[in-house]
Design a protein around this ligand. Sequence first.
Ligand SMILES: *Cc1c(COP(=O)(O)O)cnc(C)c1O
Length: 370
Amino acid sequence: MEIPFLDLKVQFKQIENEVLPMITEAMANGMFIGGPQVAGFETEFAQFCESPFCVGVGSGTDALRFALMAAGVGNGDEVITVSNTFIATTEAISQVGAKPVFVDIDPLTYNMDAGQIAAKVNTKTKAIIPVHLYGQPADLDPIIEIAGKSKLVVIEDACQAHGALYKNKKAGSIGFAGCFSFYPGKNLGAFGEAGAVTTASEEVAKKIRMIRDHGQAQKYFHDIEGYNGRLDAIQAGVLRIKLKRLEQWNQARRKNAAEYSRLLSDIEEIAAPKEHQDAESVYHLYVILVDKRDELQKFLSEKGVATGLHYPMPLHLQKAYTYLGYQRGALPVTEKISERLLSLPMFPELTSEQIHYVVSQIKAFLSKKR
Ligand SMILES: *Cc1c(COP(=O)(O)O)cnc(C)c1O
């Protein structure tokens, strides 16, 4: 059996009848940048996130960069984040002129360990970016408490967590700003690049609207230098069509995750993902921990099962960040997990039969090794 890691083609089939006329209409009226599709999506996504404002931008990376700029983070500042994330989190920090400072993660949720933050805070620290990794919100309350004491802003990297809950609040609606990516493979994915920032502050929303559009509130009058970081109309149209189904798709992911976890529960060698008591994950990824990870990945590939590694090398050990001066051993939990993690196929349309096949192949591999 061939099981893809992610199947965007089957999802397109479900919405094809709505998407194609929308694209034709966009072409016919020549409205490609901004306009009613973008405004409509912003309103609907703000509602979905239970956040007062949403600003559509060009990508998740733009969202993070613009949120940092709107928070006044810049040259010489420090921003605390995690090392087990996609590099966009830290690119955004360094691209506004600040320095990423890494803390280790919790060994059960793989999210930011709030207990490690205080030791890294100094007079240069301006912000904390917890990442809601794999679809599970980080434990935000203790993070927000530390941030409050030291007057730091908390920017949620919710690029993998559209619709996830923390204490019954939507991811992205809790901090100073929530940053979302609509890269095609995300839980809510465009047909190209797209992103958004959610915020409770009208002031912040206004600033980000200017930053995404070359620093102008009025055409050709630039209060600041900004970026070309807008959301385009066709992508917004696709996102509106998909957003109506997101709740249902997230529930399907949760159901698939529950089935994986039930089937894996009697395998000693596998650690299945765990949900924090205050969090409800939307399972952007279903990540297990296992020894002999590389061998298992190769075995599964030979059996037709596509898997992924998120992420095989923590950021603090990447060549791009040698200038930050971290040594191996600096973040022991992050490093240990990076050697053992394996992402299994996960998407809403994954069938029970496919899940059973994946688990039976994992069992076949492990029984050979015993
Ligand atoms: C996808 C992702 C981003 C970046 O989003 P882009 O839309 O690709 O720029 C940032 N952070 C995390 C955690 C992501 O998964």
